[in-house]
Design a protein around this ligand. Structure first.
Ligand code: ADP
Ligand code: F6P
Length: 322
């Protein structure tokens, strides 16, 4: 009898999710799995929005942002009784294998499905925030970074013309990776991330010294997790004399065609995910470490603190932004 596998996307969308869906479906078919799609993540699993995935469904999507499977957040899924209904919807169709593309919240749900109902689940890290431990990069991070860099170039034109200080708030609910990488790659002039203390006096001093050296503008990257950028603007105004404006880049960062890097990463991760399921394993996530595809248990992924070396990149960003 053919083994049946389903794919879903969950949590915030990220460029590269479609490339992962496409690769997982194609590779699973080549291993002899019958492939299903689930719409709207766990919400769709609960509402039985589970359908056989045709070749047509995945054609022409590799370069599209967002997710053709749609995504959603589903509070009910945090309760065991709703997870049981969702798992039964899979079981009644004979689906025993599941690929979950999403962030750490989605992994928690995936781990419970595996433990409580024996569904063999593999997680693929899809989130622009890059905030999942066990992988150097998550799907969508690279594309999002490039979107921010494009915006920074445009913001710099007007910042220079008006000799202003512009605070650019980028996404990252709990993580400063996007702000940090954008600061390094975009020639930012200041940085504030939630993993560090961000005394406003230090930032103000740095900006004042730049102006003394004849710099005409400043672009400061502020990660969303640091707090309200308008409040930061207000506080900074007490310390510096240049005109300040704040820009919240918002959801423009989540869309757009995925970069080549994200498409390759998605395809490699999907390939590894299907290999794992073909070996009858489950309860793991796929990661990229030292340019190799690796697996970590979902237990580990859900419980460990991020062990990434933010500190080194932070020091580099600070030196380069002076
Ligand atoms: P992300 O996966 O991007 O981190 P969320 O944190 O919003 O996004 O989680 C996505 C979905 O995963 C939630 O809407 C919920 O359905 C499920 N989920 C999150 N946390 C848990 C949990 N502790 N137990 C069960 N399901 C969870
Ligand atoms: O987790 C990704 C992310 O983009 C965060 O950086 C941001 O805080 C959040 O999603 C916003 O989510 P939404 O607007 O979809 O609720």
């Amino acid at each position: 009898m053919e083994r049946k596998l389903a794919i879903l996307t969950s949590g915030g969308d990220a460029p590269g999710m479609n490339a992962a869906i496409r690769a997982a479906a194609k590779i699973a078919k080549s291993y002899g799995f019958e492939v299903y799609g689930i719409k709207r993540g766990y919400l769709g699993m609960l509402n039985d929005e589970i359908f056989p995935m045709s070749e047509r469904f995945i054609s022409g999507i590799i370069d599209k942002g967002g997710t053709v499977l749609l995504t959603a957040r589903c509070e009910e899924f945090k309760q065991a009784k709703f997870r049981e209904i969702a798992a039964n919807n899979l079981k009644k169709k004979g689906i025993e294998y599941l690929v979950v593309i999403g962030g750490d919240g989605s992994y928690r749900g995936a781990n419970l499905l595996y433990k409580e109902h024996g569904i063999k689940v593999v997680g693929i890290p899809g989130t622009i925030d890059n905030d999942i431990c066990g992988t150097d990069f998550t799907l969508g991070f690279d594309t999002c970074l490039n979107t921010i860099l494009d915006a920074m170039s445009k913001i710099r034109d007007t910042a220079t013309s008006h000799e202003r200080t512009i605070l650019v708030q980028v996404m990252g609910r709990h993580a400063g990776d996007l702000a940090l990488h954008a600061c390094i790659a975009g020639g930012g002039d200041g940085i504030m991330i939630p993993e560090m203390d961000n005394p406003i006096e230090m930032l103000a001093l740095q900006l004042k010294e730049r102006r003394k050296r004849g710099k005409l503008h400043d672009i400061v990257l502020v990660a969303e997790g640091v707090g309200d950028v308008m409040q930061i603007e207000k506080e900074l105004k007490q310390h510096i004399s240049s005109e300040i404006r704040s820009v919240v880049l918002g959801h423009v960062q989540r869309g757009g065609t995925p970069s080549g890097f994200d498409r390759v990463l998605a395809s490699r991760m999907a390939d590894k995910a299907i290999q794992v399921l073909d070996n009858e394993e489950g309860g793991v996530m796929i990661g990229l470490e030292k340019n190799e595809m690796v697996t970590h248990s979902l237990d580990e992924a859900c419980s460990s603190e991020r062990i990434k070396s933010i500190r080194k990149d932070y020091d580099l960003a600070v030196v380069l932004s002076r």
